[in-house]
Design a protein around this ligand. Structure first.
Ligand code: NAD
Length: 328
């Protein structure tokens, strides 16, 4: 029997890569996205239903018609700095949106879900972060993801929805075949900004804070290739399809790089120096976030294949070269 996955946010960065992974597994994909931050041309592996997750009636109609085996829920706002300035849009879109989706799933009797959670739920931790590390978010974005995790568990217990919550660390890189990639406007993410520095001689890469308690004073992050994240999503759905119980997994590599090391690595991969300056810290940024993904390896059999920093940066570099020529 062919599995059908209903992908909220499938026109975005992680969602489109995951849609490709689902389709490659032979599954039917239906994307549900309001295109507020996604792109029609990145929906290539299934039909697009244009709709808002806040619209519970439209979602219910769509779910009853599609009758998916599972929902993969990516749709959200996901920028830390924006969440500090406009928490209301984060609580509305992420928390209310997820509640609306859960209500629609209950009405349409959809019983499995994979949820995009985040390392931002942990807050400050100077140790390797396991799933048991206390979750104490320090920005509204992380707070909304933590509330969603709790809501998904509570709805699940009451209504028989089994779920996997995947706490990604920093997604990076783009589809190695160049079929989809990262496109945000404005772009807040560190890898595209460092690449912009190497590509555009007039752009200076701002390193946000040089006085953190880290080896070189800049923030340390655990970068994981987006195609490896996509792979984890089909493994999570496969786990649920085989009867797996609700669970949570970190997705990272166990190795952190500072933003300064990242800028050096982009210079190396691009063969061009990234002009950079140390700017003020950004409120809401923890000094260091590095995952232990031992549990995902043990239970889901997930091992990152493309998450060495050079592969992440090379695939991103190739994508942004293509994007630049697309825009000329
Ligand atoms: N990119 C990362 O490093 C990262 C890390 C941890 C967690 N996450 C989570 O992964 C998910 C995907 O992130 P991304 O980087 O691909 O973001 P993205 O902005 O590229 O994609 C989000 C998609 O959701 C859609 N969307 C947003 N609100 C919607 C709504 N109300 N109704 C319908 N569609 C809506 C957008 O149009 C977009 O296509 C998010 O839930 C994010 O919190 C991302």
């Amino acid at each position: 029997m062919t599995i059908t996955v209903f992908v909220t946010g499938g026109a975005g960065y992680v969602g489109s890569h995951s849609a490709k992974a689902f389709a490659n597994a032979g599954w039917n994909v239906v994307v549900y996205d309001n295109l507020s931050r996604g792109h029609r041309d990145l929906v290539k592996w299934g039909d697009l239903i244009e709709g808002d997750i806040l619209d519970t009636d439209a979602l219910t109609v769509a779910l009853k018609r599609v009758k998916p085996d599972a929902v993969a829920h990516f749709a959200a706002f996901a920028y830390v700095a924006e969440s500090m300035q406009q928490p209301e849009i984060y609580y509305r879109n992420n928390v209310r949106g997820t509640m609306s989706l859960l209500d629609a799933m209950v009405a349409a009797e959809v019983k499995q879900m994979v949820f995009s959670s985040s390392c931002a739920t942990y807050g400050v931790s100077d140790e390797l972060i396991t799933e048991d590390t206390p979750q104490r978010p320090i920005n509204p974005y992380g707070e909304t993801k933590l509330i969603c995790e709790k809501m998904i568990r509570d709805y699940g217990a009451a209504h028989g929805i089994r779920s996997v919550m995947l706490r990604y660390f920093n997604a990076g890189g783009c589809d190695p075949e160049g079929e989809t990639g990262e496109r945000h406007d404005p772009e807040p993410h560190v890898i595209p900004l460092a690449i912009k520095g190497a590509m555009d001689g007039t752009f200076t890469f701002n390193i946000l804070g040089g006085d953190y308690d880290t080896p070189d004073g800049t923030c340390v992050r655990d970068y994981v290739h987006v195609s490896d994240l996509a792979d984890a999503h089909w493994r999570a759905l496969d786990y649920l399809n085989r009867g797996g119980e609700t669970d949570v997994f970190n997705l990272g590599t166990g190795r952190g790089y500072s933003v300064m090391e990242l800028a050096d690595a982009v210079s190396r991969v691009a063969g061009k120096t990234v002009p950079r300056v140390i700017a003020d810290r950004r409120p809401g940024d923890p000094p260091s976030l590095v995952a232990s993904a031992a549990k995902a390896q043990r239970v889901l059999g997930w091992t990152p294949q493309r998450s060495d920093l050079d592969t992440i940066l090379k695939t991103a570099w190739d994508w942004f070269q293509k994007e630049t020529s697309r825009n000329l």
